[in-house]
Write a protein of this length. Structure first.
Length: 160
């Protein structure tokens, strides 16, 4: 199976959470973790990768937290994969610096390269503002789900 890592999925969900909020809003890692059902330690590591890539910014102290470093319209799914995975390639023979014994004359390598190019082009067009716009109820649905998770179970008396 070809797929993205759990870390990339979590990173995209984290950025989507921030994109759903008004511009400049800062939230804490525990809030994002709870709302998006992400493990907090994993979220901390992902935030570090996204900050290094210039996609998120952090502020310490009262009123601090995490926010988008750029507008949601300027952050794509490819940006997330570049930050977390180091890029997108469908075959190891396409990774820079790794020599392939068959070289450029390999028809299979050429096909993988074309497919990789198409995937990268598509992921560049999927920006977080379009994801938010495609699902206007996205934020409220997640907030409701998170609120349900946070609610303590009430003990009820059994019927008599």
């Amino acid at each position: 199976m070809i797929g993205i890592s759990r870390q990339s999925d979590y990173a995209a969900r984290l950025v989507l959470h921030l994109a759903c909020l008004p511009a400049g809003t800062r939230v804490s890692i525990p809030e994002i973790s709870e709302t998006r059902l992400l493990p907090a330690p994993f979220t901390r590591r992902i935030v570090g990768d996204l900050v290094k890539a210039g996609l998120l910014k952090t502020q310490r102290g009262t009123g601090g937290g995490i926010s988008l470093a750029r507008p949601a319209a300027e952050i794509s799914l490819l940006d997330i994969l570049n930050a977390v995975e180091g890029g997108v390639v469908l075959n190891a023979c396409l990774e820079g610096g790794k020599p392939c014994v068959f070289g450029q004359g390999c028809l299979v390598q050429r096909a993988w390269g074309q497919a990789t190019d198409l995937l990268q082009q598509h992921l560049t067009t999927v920006t977080f503002d379009t994801l938010v716009a495609a699902s206007p109820s996205h934020q409220s649905a997640h907030n409701e789900r998170a609120a349900a998770v946070r609610k303590p179970l009430r003990k009820t008396k059994p019927p008599v």
